[in-house]
Ligand binder design. Structure first.
Ligand code: NAP
Length: 280
């Protein structure tokens, strides 16, 4: 059996087209969705991420600003900038690119963002809203994974979903979203002793670890849906996920590749969240 590929590039393009239509509708009311991206320091990966996010905003017809600061920016100054963006009526979403330099308390900065503009969905109010099933912004990466499942018409009710990884930005919100759709959810992490026993029971597996080959073909039930969130480099320096794609695609029913899977979906969901914020 060879798995069907869940094409994150095609799906994200579809979503981005829908976002552009939403932007055109808002323009009739004189509103343009605005996203502010704040980058502190010169982490090369962060620079690529923010460039891609700003480019996606421009393509969707958003107003976007990129604020770049030296790594020596003080926490107080960053908090002041966030505060100014909170009060800027042309800005509907604020994204502070992580990681921040060590002298800045990232959680404090995230909590300083107005929950109404927390399009990354990392604020404690957004996390609480997701946990309690209230309206709020969902973190973009797991939200993108949910859209991928929706795109293949996958019915989660009664299925066993296994999430590998329990970070606040991917693993935990992913598990809550799957639970909200009535899946039975198991969360695995670095202290899980019998990972293979658990994944072999899974109808859906989301790998969000950050280590190559965390999931191999012998760990997957035939026909399972496998979503690969991981972003790693292989021995040749090429981008790869957490899943042994070549092996697992022979067993799974559906699989998302890296690159071209969850990554583009994350950016698309950022646009979706920012549009939603402007619509509100
Ligand atoms: P993270 O904060 O480092 O969390 C990794 C999780 O994996 C932790 O919960 C950790 O367990 C668990 N883990 C580590 N080794 C494990 C093992 N051998 N078996 C099972 N679980 C293990 O990372 P993250 O921010 O969630 O990101 C995860 C990956 O997704 C990274 O590669 C990141 O680059 C990628 N990512 C991609 C996107 C995208 O748009 N495609 C977005 C965000 C993140 P403990 O909690 O016990 O330490």
């Amino acid at each position: 059996m060879t798995a069907q590929i869940i094409d994150g590039i095609a799906l994200s393009q579809k979503l981005r087209t829908q976002v552009s239509l939403g932007v055109a509708k808002l323009a009739q009311q004189g509103i343009k969705p605005g996203l502010a991206v704040v980058l502190v320091g010169d982490n090369p990966a962060s620079q690529v991420y923010v460039r891609n996010k700003v480019k996606a905003c421009d393509e969707a017809g958003f107003h976007s600003i990129l604020e770049k600061y030296d790594a020596t920016l003080s926490e107080a100054d960053l908090l002041q900038r966030v505060d100014a963006l909170n009060s800027d009526s042309s800005i509907h979403g604020i994204l502070v690119q992580l990681p921040l330099p060590a002298h800045i308390d990232a959680q404090k900065v995230i909590e300083a963002i107005s929950p109404a503009k927390d399009v990354d969905g990392f604020h404690i109010a957004s996390a609480g809203a997701l946990m309690t099933g209230m309206q709020g912004f969902w973190p973009c990466t797991p939200y993108g994974c949910m859209k991928m499942l929706e795109s293949i018409g996958y019915e989660l009710k009664g299925k066993h979903a296994v999430v590998i990884g329990r970070s606040n930005i991917v693993g935990k919100p992913m598990a809550l979203m799957l639970l909200q759709q009535n899946a039975t959810v198991t969360i695995c992490h670095s202290a899980t002793g019998n990972l293979k026993d658990i994944t072999l029971q899974a109808d859906v597996i989301v790998a969000a670890v950050g280590k190559r080959n965390v999931l191999t073909a012998d760990m997957v039930k035939p026909g399972a849906v496998v979503l690969d969130v991981g972003m790693n480099r292989n021995d040749e320096g090429k981008l790869c996920g957490d899943v042994d794609f070549e092996g697992v695609k022979e067993i799974a029913g559906y699989i998302s590749p890296v690159p071209g899977g969850v990554g583009p979906m994350t950016i698309a969901m950022l646009l979706v969240n920012t549009l939603k914020s402007a619509q509100r």
